[in-house]
Design a binder for this molecule. Structure first.
Ligand SMILES: NC(=O)c1ccc[n+]([C@@H]2O[C@H](COP(=O)([O-])OP(=O)(O)OC[C@H]3O[C@@H](n4cnc5c(N)ncnc54)[C@H](O)[C@@H]3O)[C@@H](O)[C@H]2O)c1
Length: 345
């Protein structure tokens, strides 16, 4: 199967997509859709693309032959681009986060169901070798199921684009990576959150750049998050620092190097087996691995690992966190495979 892709949005992240897509002989960029033609023209020159540029998705759909839409616009535009593309009969691959409101999530999932098309959301961190190893380790059952997952990120982020205009820039733009990784590695989905958000003294961000949260998960475990996107010094990895306690063992990863774990065959003896899973020497690009999986899934007619029906749990963690901050309370999370798809209570 060949892929003729209409690419909506041609900003910073489109370079990661184009770096991979332009290596594939079975992929053709059929059109770029951009409200700002300058980056689209620059991409066309850089990647030697022979495709027209349009100002709207509708113009592109009615003008070129294509069979897939990539949505690389920013979060406030995702609902419009994704639902328009689905209604026109396209499957859609799109950048995270899926949407910026409960209403938009419902609209997108409803449109997926009504059209019978697929929508897959980019969650590239799942494809990091160590993340996959942690998932495999927990799935193997030697340590039992997860009981407590701890993740933290302390970085100095360049919150360019529209991101620094968001009310909770860390939470609404970036945290979905960590939330999605926590779900994937610990093999659990969220049922509630209590989120405390704040903008530390000295922060150069307009909105809240830091937060601390407690999520209850559906296997009875707890996921604890803490992070600050304006931290001065001692930065963590962008892939986060992790500790996952399980019934009979613990796995830790500093977000850079080897995965380390200890587990016991007999509780109470404090005798542990040590495990060390080495980091790959030359890790492949996360976006390339994710895009390969997405395109393989399209070709096979199966849902990809980060299909919207899975990803709704990750975006629900963000939206429920926002509600928790606003209402200063614990918020319950319920995901349904039918209307109303997502309930935050
Ligand atoms: N997966 C990752 O690691 C990762 C990293 C960075 C950004 N992202 C995500 O990628 C998306 C884009 O981020 P970015 O950093 O490339 O932003 P950006 O601002 O650099 O690019 C977005 C582009 O979309 C265009 N655009 C907006 N609305 C449009 C519309 N309706 N039609 C056509 N074009 C439109 C803008 O003109 C802009 O050029 C965001 O959702 C962001 O969260 C993901």
């Amino acid at each position: 199967m060949g892929f003729d892709i209409i690419m909506a949005g041609c900003g910073a992240i489109s370079r990661r997509w184009l770096d991979y897509l332009t290596t594939r002989p079975d992929v053709r960029i059929a059109a770029i859709v951009e409200t700002n033609p300058a980056p689209a023209e620059a991409a066309r020159t850089k990647y030697g693309l022979d495709c027209p540029i349009f100002g709207t998705l509708d113009e592109a759909i009615s003008s070129v032959k294509a069979n897939l839409v990539a949505d690389l616009t920013y979060v406030t535009a995702h609902r419009d681009i994704v639902t328009r593309a689905l209604r026109a009969g396209f499957d859609v691959l799109g950048e995270k986060p899926m949407a910026d409101s409960e209403d938009a999530v419902r609209d997108i999932l409803r449109t997926v169901e009504e059209t019978g098309r697929r929508y897959t959301v980019m969650q590239n961190r799942r494809y990091i070798a160590q993340v996959q190893e942690i998932r495999r380790l927990i799935d193997s059952g030697i340590m039992g199921q997860s009981v407590m997952t701890c993740g933290e990120i302390f970085v100095a982020a360049d919150m360019g684009s529209i991101r620094n205009q968001l009310e909770f820039p860390q939470l609404q733009d970036n945290n979905i990576h960590m939330f999605d990784q926590a779900r994937y590695m610990s093999h659990a989905n969220p049922v509630s959150v209590w989120y405390h958000s704040f903008n530390p003294k000295g922060s150069k961000y307009t909105g809240d750049a830091a937060g601390v949260a407690v999520f209850e998960m559906d296997n009875g475990s707890v996921f604890s998050f803490r992070g600050y996107n304006g931290a001065e010094g001692m930065h963590t990895s962008w892939d986060h620092v992790w500790r996952i306690c399980c019934e009979r063992g613990t796995v830790v990863w500093d977000g850079f190097g080897d995965v380390k774990a200890q587990y016991t065959d007999q509780l109470g003896t404090y005798v542990y087996h040590d495990l060390s899973i080495p980091a790959p020497k030359d890790p492949p690009d996360q976006h390339a691995l994710a895009l390969k999986d997405m395109l393989d899934a399209c070709a096979a007619g199966r849902p990809a690992l980060t299909d919207c029906h899975d990803n709704v749990y990750s975006i629900a963690m963000v939206l429920a966190s926002v509600k928790s901050i606003r209402e200063k309370r614990r918020v319950g999370i319920e995901v349904l495979d039918r209307e109303p798809y997502l309930i935050l209570h």
